[in-house]
Design a protein around this ligand. Structure first.
Ligand code: GTP
Ligand code: MG
Length: 362
């Protein structure tokens, strides 16, 4: 399974519209809040020009891009953490994703209701952030309470854990998400179990009208930068219409070009997401496929191999690595070998973005 991103935001801000632009899935889009009740899930192939070029060297093989999962979640409102709106149910859906795409309304349209009146990206962002923090606060308080009695009777091993939760509570109570709290290595496993919402990386998607960026989207960019993250500006409705109107990616490109959109919202969002999540792509050309794979930066070769076959990690002997652009330039692994541009590495090798890897296994 690939990485998953959840589209989160107030009701009626254009989450399903953007979901459709990203996935061509045709989810229900209506001009009233809480159109989406059950989450829509879509899998998209990650557009990858490097894979396209590699595939040209092996046209008889099947081209398999890496994929990304998007979940279009129901709108959140003030009080969601206490069950307002559609309440807790979709907070659970957010728990299942690797990263959050926070969709912010930046388009003006008197015909589309805003649940809180006028357009105000900062207020909107803070409402969502507050609900996610309140939910985490509830989860962590509950956990801390469960430990309190054991701390009282002097259980030392529990005290450190309890103190850790108190530290998190303190941060959340002061409006700081858990991702901003400095963690010790031994504390990470505790968080893995709790899986708090505000530990997940967030990317902002500013949903602007057909005219493109505006003062509201600039505000979103500023707020994103202040949080150490990125904002992607998407003309949600326009891009969704392009996807609906054109069948092929070629036709869509022509339409977008006419509107001055050189890169689709999907491509920009994926690029920002890979940067934020520090993901890298490597390629394999063995067997009947030319294929792209995604792993976190800092992955050792055997663990990268395990994506292909679970037992590759144990049977790993070495790997032969080519740079994708050198392979495209020379035209075949044999030519690269002649030139001495196939590099052999052992199990300590850290996979680099753009590597073409042949795994040698026992
Ligand atoms: N004018 C304009 N309207 C848009 C734009 N993007 C979305 N809308 C409209 O906003 C309304 C809500 O869009 P949805 O995509 O259903 O919003 P949502 O966030 O999924 O809403 P819920 O599922 O109710 O939470 C629809 O009427 C869309 O057509 C835009 O860029 N410009
Ligand atoms: Mg929706």
């Amino acid at each position: 399974m690939g990485f998953s991103c959840g589209l989160v935001g107030l009701p009626n801000v254009g989450k399903s519209t953007i979901f459709n632009a990203l996935t061509s899935a045709g989810a229900k889009v209506e001009n009233y809040p809480f159109t989406t009740i059950d989450a829509n899930v879509g899998v998209v192939a990650v557009p990858d020009p490097r894979l396209d070029q590699l595939h040209k060297l092996f046209p008889e093989k099947k081209k398999i891009p890496t994929t990304l999962h998007f979940t279009d979640i129901a709108g959140l409102v003030k009080g969601a953490s206490e069950g307002q709106g559609l309440g807790n149910q979709f907070l659970a859906e957010i728990r299942n994703v690797d990263a959050i795409v926070h969709v912010v309304r930046c388009f003006e349209d008197p015909n589309v209701v805003h649940v809180d009146g006028a357009l105000d990206p900062q207020r909107d962002i803070e409402i969502i952030e507050t609900e996610l923090m309140l939910k985490d606060l509830e989860t962590i308080e509950k956990r801390a309470r469960a430990l309190a009695s054991r701390v009282k009777v002097g259980d030392k091993s529990i005290k450190a854990e309890h103190d850790f939760y108190l530290r998190l509570q303190e941060a959340l109570a002061h409006g700081k998400p858990i991702r901003s709290v400095a963690l010790h290595e031994h504390e990470r496993p505790l968080l893995k179990e709790l899986n708090p919402l505000t530990l997940k990386p967030v990317l902002f998607a500013a949903n602007v009208g057909d005219a493109g960026e505006n003062e509201f989207s600039k505000t979103v960019e500023k707020l994103a930068a202040a949080r150490g993250t990125l904002a992607v500006i998407i003309r949600g409705r326009l891009e969704a219409e392009v996807v609906e109107a054109a069948e092929t990616e070629e036709e869509r490109r022509v339409f977008r070009h006419e509107w001055g959109i050189e890169e689709s919202g999907l491509e920009r969002l994926i690029r920002a997401g890979y940067e934020l999540l520090q993901l890298v792509t490597f390629y394999t050309t063995d067997g009947p496929e030319v294929r792209a794979w995604t792993v976190p930066q800092g992955t050792h070769a055997p663990q990268a191999g395990a994506k292909i076959h679970t037992d590759f990690a144990e049977r790993f002997v070495q790997c032969e690595v080519a740079r994708w652009d050198e392979l495209v330039k020379e035209g075949s692994p044999a030519k690269l070998r002649e030139k001495g541009h196939l590099y052999r590495h052992g199990e300590k090798y850290l996979v680099q973005d753009g590597d073409v890897i042949h795994f040698v296994v026992a």
